[in-house]
Ligand binder design. Structure first.
Ligand code: AMP
Ligand code: ZN
Ligand code: FE
Ligand code: FE
Length: 276
């Protein structure tokens, strides 16, 4: 039996479906030995997940997934081993969540301007009482529940995909700023799900900005695509990582995808090796 690890999971503190403790219980039942909780722009669910993990003998790596923009492109940067109580994490949480709220109000207003009956409260209801980081998936659920769309993804197709008629962009931090925030919180910074078309052009600049790792292993990549990411990552002295980016029960089950300890050694050993 391989030791199964998944280092990229979302809870209902952002746009996942399960509460942190329920996510950990589902992971344990699926035979995972180590997981990371990486909610969008907040580590607010980490304490609950770590507690649940301790009770079940499952290791929970504290994490976050920071939304950024550099140039015209949106990038997500994972932080592993961040301290949720640090000044850097608290400040990021406060700023990013306020920004997400304001942006959601803007998208709701645009939809109202298009004649759709939708209120900010409908989004909050769709997101659930535990939500901290509001995101477009919550708006897509609200539109579906209100009968404005026939299926979940139609909200993106018709309205809120990047550049869509009701899309509102955010003033995101840059990749370099996200890396600095993660480092200030004691964590290691990892480029999440790099677009294979952009990877070669961007990775060296990000490495110079202090990037520590690259998410090389994830579902839906061919072995050849993983190989391209891995070779470059290792050539630059960065740590390979991997995870499913699972948001809740749906097409895939938690545990269908996993990595093994030797593939993500750099993350597992980070607390022993980090500078200072
Ligand atoms: P946000 O953090 O509010 O910008 O929302 C980003 C999230 O929306 C992503 O993590 C995806 O889960 C989802 N998303 C973005 N674009 C699409 C799309 N075209 N179709 C379905 N989901 C999308
Ligand atoms: Zn998400
Ligand atoms: Fe992401
Ligand atoms: Fe994610």
């Amino acid at each position: 039996m391989p030791l199964k690890i998944d280092l990229h999971l979302h809870s209902n503190v952002s746009d996942g479906q399960l509460a942190p403790a329920a996510l950990v219980e589902t992971a344990a039942a699926a035979g995972l030995a180590t997981i990371a909780l990486t909610d969008h722009d907040t580590a607010a669910g980490v304490a609950e997940a770590v507690r649940a993990g301790a009770a079940l003998g499952l290791q929970v790596v504290p994490g976050i997934e920071v939304s950024t923009r550099s140039g015209d492109h949106e990038y997500h940067v994972l932080g592993y081993w961040v301290d949720p109580a640090s000044e850097a994490m608290r400040r990021h949480h406060d700023e990013a969540l306020a920004r997400r709220r304001k942006r959601m109000l803007g998208m709701v207003e645009k939809l109202q301007g298009l004649g759709l009956a939708i209120e900010f409260d409908d989004v909050l209801r769709a997101a659930g009482p535990d939500v901290q980081a509001l995101g477009r998936p919550h708006l897509a659920r609200a539109l579906l529940e209100a009968g404005h769309t026939r299926y979940y993804g139609e909200a993106f197709v018709k309205y809120i995909a990047d550049g869509g008629v009701a899309y509102v962009s955010e003033r995101f931090p840059t990749v370099g700023e996200a890396i600095a925030t993660i480092h200030a919180a004691g964590g290691m910074a990892v480029w999440a799900h790099p677009d294979p078309d952009r990877f070669a052009a961007d990775v060296e600049g990000f490495a110079e900005a202090g990037l520590d790792g690259v998410e090389c292993f994830r579902p839906n990549l061919t072995a050849a695509e993983v190989g391209v990411l891995l070779r470059k990552t290792e050539a630059l002295g960065l740590q390979p990582t991997g995870g499913s980016d699972w948001h809740g029960p749906g097409r895939a089950s938690l545990g269908d995808f996993y990595v093994q300890p030797h593939e993500v050694r750099g993350v597992l050993d980070w607390p022993l090796q980090r500078p200072g």
